[in-house]
Design a protein around this ligand. Structure first.
Ligand SMILES: [Zn+2]
Length: 152
């Protein structure tokens, strides 16, 4: 593990090195390295294993999008990544943990209340922060996840 990552991550019990700085809206770690924006897991893979093959995705065997432990990363085709996601149901689990304070029913109600008033007010109704409400409403990046969650 290179110091660049060691210094910027916290080790978890399962060996994950969780990136604790910036995150993308899709939940991946992001950083600027040599004036370039990187997803941290991709940068970590490249720095530890060499160049990424064109068109390949870097997948997490540990299912933790913020993890940059090179031992938990593997290169796969976009199809592999999709299969991996589906087999792990990461979308649903990720979302559920994201909105762990809310039940499905509440998420549906919050979505229905979109546009009816400020997020802060709606948050009070559900006992969650304005940020949580905004995140649910913003949903665009989570749209597919929301649908899969709501359909379940
Ligand atoms: Zn990991």
């Amino acid at each position: 593990m290179l110091p660049y990552f060691e210094e910027r991550t916290a080790e978890q019990e399962n060996g994950c090195r969780t990136w604790s700085l910036s995150q993308s809206t899709s939940g991946y770690g992001i950083c600027t390295y040599k004036n370039k924006r990187w997803y941290t897991h991709r940068l970590s893979f490249k720095m530890h294993n060499g160049d990424l093959l064109p068109g390949m995705h870097i997948c997490h065997s540990c299912d933790n999008k913020l993890c940059v432990n090179p031992k938990h990363l593997f290169q796969g085709t976009p199809k592999d990544n999709e299969k991996d996601k589906i087999s792990k149901k990461r979308n649903v689990r990720g979302l559920a943990s994201h909105y762990s304070k809310l039940t499905l029913q509440q998420i549906r109600m919050i979505l229905a209340l979109k546009g009816s008033g400020p997020a802060g007010h709606v948050g009070k109704l559900f006992g969650v922060s304005q940020q949580t409400i905004s995140r649910v409403w913003r949903g665009a990046t989570y749209k597919d996840e929301l649908h899969s969650l709501i359909d379940e």
